[in-house]
Design a binder for this molecule. Structure first.
Ligand code: MG
Length: 158
């Protein structure tokens, strides 16, 4: 059996000197406003995994009202979502994620993000795709107000 899931997330820029994307810390002139570390890519990915299992969304499992998730390292959330996947007898077939922003430049960090995600998800890096695009200066991402991410996952039963 196979299950597909999709996820989407946005965080706005605020004061700061770095962002965390795909579990990788990237120096930047702004930070991302969030209750956790603001890792939009991982949040979209968690929502895709939960969606594939019809288990609700990231807000249900890791509520912002819970102090445990204050400034949380989002890789911990991702590891927990993968544990739910495996508990239910599934394995990741592949994932495809896209970051949408004008800045920072994503491409130089894609290899590190894929490696980090493979490590956290305990799967082959060949199953993990990370891409980036801009919106040609249009909309909130184009104006540099924040970063959006979307992710699709395919799970297969073991
Ligand atoms: Mg989020």
């Amino acid at each position: 059996m196979m299950r597909i899931g999709s996820g989407f997330d946005v965080h706005a820029f605020g004061d700061g000197d770095h962002v965390v994307l795909g579990g990788v810390r990237i120096a930047h002139t702004r930070g991302l406003l969030a209750h956790s570390d603001g890792d939009v890519l991982i949040h979209a990915l968690c929502d895709a995994l939960l969606g594939a299992l019809a288990l609700g969304d990231i807000g249900v499992h890791f509520p912002p009202s819970d102090p445990r998730w204050k400034d949380a390292d989002s890789t911990l959330l991702l590891a927990q979502c993968m544990a739910m996947v495996r508990d239910r007898g599934f394995e990741l077939a592949n994932l495809d994620a896209t970051l949408i922003c004008e800045f920072p430049q994503i491409t130089p960090h894609v290899a590190a993000m894929r490696a980090r995600l493979a490590e956290v998800m305990q799967c082959d890096i060949a199953r993990i795709s990370v891409k980036a695009t801009t919106t040609e200066t249009l909309g909130f991402t184009g104006r540099g107000e924040g970063i959006a991410a979307q992710a699709v996952v395919l799970l297969e039963s073991r």
